[in-house]
Ligand binder design. Structure first.
Ligand code: ADP
Ligand code: MG
Length: 250
């Protein structure tokens, strides 16, 4: 479902991704671990083309992102096409990024309304279904600021699902939450995973990784150092850097 091939990305002279290849199959959950600054967020951002890669390719559901192939050459797609591709990839941010001036229902309905121009009644019904799924049906008419952080993040997850994405990317979805609110967000994510959603999750929640991940990916300094099932990477890491990292977060 998601395939990165030798992706390299620099900011000026700083090479942040130094040749990352990764494949996540349909319905799989990949958890990405690694120290701060190792390139995890940049990796997720390349997947929905918020960052352009210098070399390498990103494919989602068999479709090359940002480019059209002709023979051996890649041609950049027009912005309109990139936006269309991005609608098939859900993104959940650390800081929720809800629209403060819209109600919860309007937040969830916004993308289907503006990207797909679907009728109001239809997108409202869709939003209500998704809010029910994350346990927030009764908050549909509330504004984000009146919700707890955990509730806001659950709205953000509902919003990320609104365009029926092929894959949902999570960038430290619980890092900004008070500890007692982390569980409710992880529960919603576990439910998504169980229902077969393809997910890439950057998180330090090792318990979540152990329980839900099909693959755990450990990154350091712009490279995937090691990758495998949770029982291998978390309990029998092969690399010293993975061991050192785990000893700090466990
Ligand atoms: P992580 O999410 O693992 O903490 P990031 O992908 O956010 O790491 O960042 C990796 C490195 O790239 C860091 O050194 C960061 O400072 C740098 N970086 C990230 N985004 C930018 C940017 N837009 N411009 C310049 N440097 C950036
Ligand atoms: Mg990050």
């Amino acid at each position: 479902m998601v395939e990165l091939t030798d992706v390299r990305k620099s900011f000026g002279s700083l090479e942040v991704l130094r040749g990352v290849s990764l494949r996540v199959r349909q319905g799989e959950v990949a958890v990405i671990l690694g120290p701060s600054g190792s390139g995890k967020s940049t990796l997720l951002r390349t997947i929905n083309h918020l960052e352009k890669v210098q070399t390498g390719t990103v494919e989602v559901d068999g479709e090359l992102l940002g480019y059209r192939r002709s023979g051996d050459r890649l041609h950049e797609l027009p912005e309109r096409e990139v936006l269309r591709q991005r609608t098939r990839i859900g993104f959940v941010f650390q800081n929720f990024n809800l629209f403060p001036h819209l109600t919860v229902r309007e937040n969830v309905a916004e993308a289907p309304r503006s990207a797909q121009r679907r009728p109001r009644a239809e997108v409202d019904a869709l939003a209500d279904r998704l809010l029910d799924r994350v346990g927030l049906a009764e908050k549909a008419d509330a504004y984000p600021r009146t919700l707890s952080g955990g509730q806001q993040q659950r709205v953000a997850i509902a919003r990320a699902l609104a365009l029926e994405p092929k894959v949902v990317l999570f960038d430290e979805p619980t890092s900004a939450l008070d500890p007692e609110l982390v569980g409710e967000v992880l529960e919603v994510m576990k439910d998504l995973a169980r229902s077969g959603t393809t997910m890439l999750v950057v998180t330090h929640e090792i318990g979540f990784a152990r329980e839900v991940a099909d693959t755990v990916v450990f990154m350091d300094e712009g490279l995937i150092v090691e990758q495998g099932p949770p029982s291998q990477v978390l309990d029998h890491p092969r690399h010293e850097r993975t061991r050192a990292f785990l000893s700090k977060v466990l």
